[in-house]
Each structure stands twice: as C-alpha cells, then as structure tokens.
Design a binder for this molecule. Sequence first.
Ligand SMILES: Nc1ncnc2c1ncn2[C@@H]1O[C@H](COP(=O)(O)OP(=O)(O)OP(=O)(O)O)[C@@H](O)[C@H]1O
Length: 227
Amino acid sequence: MLEINNLKKSFDGLEVLKDISLQVRQGEVLGIIGPSGSGKSTLLRCATGLETPDSGEIHYEGTFGLVFQNFNLFPHYSVIKNITDAPIKVQKRDKEEVFAEARALLAKMGLSDKEKAYPYQLSGGQQQRISIARALAMNPDILFFDEPTSALDPELTGEILKVIRDLAAEHMTMVIVTHEMNFARNVADQIIFMDKGVIAQQGTPEEVFGSSNERMQEFLGKLGENL
Ligand SMILES: Nc1ncnc2c1ncn2[C@@H]1O[C@H](COP(=O)(O)OP(=O)(O)OP(=O)(O)O)[C@@H](O)[C@H]1O
C-alpha cells in the first residue's frame, strides 16, 4: 500500500532523514514515535508530497488523506462546506451524493447538529473530528495523521483517539505520528521509533516498547509512560 525506500532529506546542511525505508500493508496501522526533532513530521511531509525529498522513492496505491495537528479547517467555510468542497471541486463528484456522504460522516463523528457551524464555534476536539471527516470524504486508501491530539486539552484527546481506534477496527490503513504511547501501543500493528533521522527501532508494539534500546527507554522515561 505504501512503500518508502532510502528516503533522505536535509535542511540547510542538517540531515533530518538519513536513509528511511518502510512499508505499510493494506489495513495496517503504522505508529511513528520518537523524540522532538527526530524527523517524524518531515517523514510524513515527504511521504505526502508536502516536502520534496533529496533522494529516495515513495510509492503508494490510490489516494491519501491528511490530518494535521492544528486541524487546518477553512475558517470562512461552514462545517459541511469544509467536508464537501474538495470531493465536489477536486474530485468532481456528484453534489448530492457527496452531501449525503458528508452527513453520514458527521453522524459517525457525533456532530450532525454542527453542519452549519463555523470552525471557530467548535471545540478543538470537534474541529479535529471535522478534519478527520473531511479527510474521509475523499475516500482515501490511506490516512496520515501528524500528532492529531497534541493541540488538544487532555480531556478532548480521548474523543479523537476513539475515532482513530474505530477507523483501525474498520481496517483503515493509517500512518500516525503520535506522542500518545499507550494509544500507539494499542492501535498500531507496527511501530517505528525515530531517533536523529534514523529508524532506531522497528517492529510490533511489544517488540519496540519491550526493547532494551537505551534511547527508546530514555524517551519513554522522559514521557513518564508506564508500559
Ligand atoms: N522547513 C524546515 N526548514 C528547516 N529545518 C526544518 C524544517 N522542517 C523541519 N526542520 C528541522 O528538521 C528537524 C526535524 O524536524 P521534525 O519536525 O521532522 O521533527 P519531529 O520529530 O516531527 O519533532 P516534533 O515531535 O517536535 O514535532 C528539526 O531539527 C527541525 O528544526
């Protein structure tokens, strides 16, 4: 579904991605964890074409959706227009069909009553659920999340993690950069621990979190996570 080979990226002489290769199979959830500055967002931005890699290959099948840390909704569009705009204008799909699908997505997110609201009238958790609905409205084959809960208060984090967990249960293929270790452990099939631009540890959650990799344990210790 997604394959990255020998990806390299530097900014002003700083090698941020040093030689990254990975694979995500259909229906699989990849969790990307690691210290601040290790290159996680840059990897996601290269994988989704927001950043041009210096070298390496990126292959994926179908289309992808992207969910950002700061929601990135259009502030001057209503909720329903945020969700329906790209499927109608970019994908040129039938308007009525798109609206019906958008309303079904809103219902799924528990936000049917917010159809006419504007982003500023919503909580961060609600905005992020709209942003997930917007990504899903494009019928993506793979969904990328860049720290989807880090802009949210702790009490709003759970509702987003639940939405992502439900998508995983429906076998949505996903790549998730996250600082939520328990969530990563529970939802991911495969974990990558990034450190200083390289994949320092890779495997199932049990393998990665259970590893004796010193930098990994130091990282978990700093987060105060008990796994
Ligand atoms: N556009 C850019 N120009 C210059 N340097 C950049 C740019 N984007 C990222 N960097 C640098 O690349 C390094 C990796 O950044 P990146 O955002 O990928 O890390 P990260 O692991 O996602 O960190 P965090 O967990 O804090 O989001 C950092 O040193 C950062 O300053």
